[in-house]
Design a protein around this ligand. Structure first.
Ligand code: GLU
Length: 388
């Protein structure tokens, strides 16, 4: 066995590992409710499926341009303008195999040895691992449940130093569901103006799933003068229940888009041609069902939050967006040792969740409530029994 120093710096994704484990146990005949992966259970909309079939029938089965078809880039430009208020040309957009690949390529294409990346924690599992793989240094910006996992612009500025290259923003956030307000983003814009080297990767993949009632706030919309330092990530996986299609889109300065495509030209090449046709249909087709889906997520959120907060030893704030809640289980750690042991214990009781430590947190676990109410209610009953 020979592993590169870069690979030795990172672990496998714990969200996908826990999901694989749940699938394996199910295949062995165990009754497991998987609340580990962030994946909407809704069926992919019929017009999207029809577009994928039409692409197959039309023979769209060959290479496309590495960074995506012009048709999809135009559809993505429509999406960025309509849904995020970001005006970009197709040449400022690239398409990748999921938002994860866009993040991977952006960081790999820019980070030099020792460059620092500030990441609000708890964070999505892959952010720090990608930074470490690229040779960068992760600078955590710790947030806490009692403050709704929020941070201020001053908190952020305190983490910025001469080696800071990127700040990662993720709102609505995975795994906390926290949303960054326009007011905080105005403060962040002021910080950025004082630190001209720093770029922002704004992961807006959960933008349509926002329960605050207000509009989605994002930096490139609020401060277009900073747009040449912002890469905004979006996609169809979470919004349109298209996780398996693997399509993410990124909008940013042309030099960065070209750098990402240069890397992509040597890794996967173009994203799947059929998926690209489906994603274009998702961006261009009806969007009204997203409101219904969001309200169904809200009902599920309320069910899970109420059930968890009624269990002795467990608590969670109410997430403002996405479909996750970060459960604090600190009072149970005397019994279980650590959150990985607790997650295994819950798995034994038939519920797969991801330990908080996977997200740079501790003493808790993340629940993905993108499952139907009956499953969520049964999962909560099992969790209550497991920790009683
Ligand atoms: N982003 C989702 C999650 O956090 C999908 C799995 C992954 O790529 O991490 O569960």
């Amino acid at each position: 066995m020979h592993l590169s120093p870069a690979l030795s710096r990172i672990a496998a994704s714990q969200t996908t590992a826990m999901t694989d484990r749940a699938i394996q146990l199910r295949e062995e005949g165990r009754d497991i409710i998987s609340l580990s992966v962030g994946e909407p259970d809704f069926a992919t909309p019929p017009h999207v499926i029809a577009a994928a079939k039409a692409a197959l029938d039309a023979g769209d089965t060959k290479y496309t341009a590495v960074g995506g078809t012009l048709a999809l880039k135009k559809a993505a430009a429509l999406h960025f303008a309509r849904d995020l208020g970001i005006e970009v040309l197709p040449s400022q957009i690239t398409v990748s195999a999921g938002g994860k690949q866009a993040i991977f390529h952006a960081l790999l294409a820019t980070i030099g040895e020792g460059d620092e990346v500030v990441i609000p924690a708890p964070w999505w599992v892959s952010y720090p691992e990608i930074v470490r793989f690229a040779g960068g240094k992760v600078v955590p910006l710790h947030t806490h449940a009692q403050h709704g996992f929020q941070f201020t612009a001053a908190d952020l500025e305190a983490q910025i130093g001469p080696r800071t290259l990127w700040v990662l923003l993720n709102s609505p956030g995975n795994p906390t569901g926290a949303c960054t307000s326009a007011e905080t983003l105005h403060g962040i814009a002021d910080v950025l103006r004082r630190h001209p080297r720093v770029m922002v990767l704004s992961d807006d993949i959960y933008a349509p799933i926002n329960y605050t009632g207000g509009p989605h706030a994002t930096l490139a919309n609020l401060h277009p003068d900073l747009a040449d330092r912002i890469l905004t990530i979006s996609g169809v996986s979470k919004s349109h229940a298209m996780t398996g299609f693997r399509i993410g889109v990124a909008a940013g300065p042309q030099w960065l888009i070209q750098a990402m495509e240069r890397l992509q030209s040597h890794s996967t090449g173009n994203p799947c041609s059929i998926s690209q046709a489906a994603a274009a249909a998702a961006f261009e087709g009806p969007q009204d069902f997203l409101i219904d889906w969001r309200e169904r997520f809200r009902a599920r959120r309320d069910l899970v939050v109420a059930a968890i907060n009624a269990m002795p030893g467990l608590s969670t704030p109410v997430p403002d967006g996405a479909f996750y809640c970060m459960v604090d289980a600190a009072p149970l750690m005397d019994r279980f040792g650590d959150d990985a042991a607790l997650a295994l214990h819950l798995l034994e009781h038939g519920v797969a969740v991801v330990p908080a430590s996977a997200f740079g947190g501790r003493d808790g676990f993340r629940i993905s409530f993108a499952a139907d109410e009956a499953k969520l209610a049964e999962a909560c009953r099992r969790i209550a029994k497991a920790v009683a």
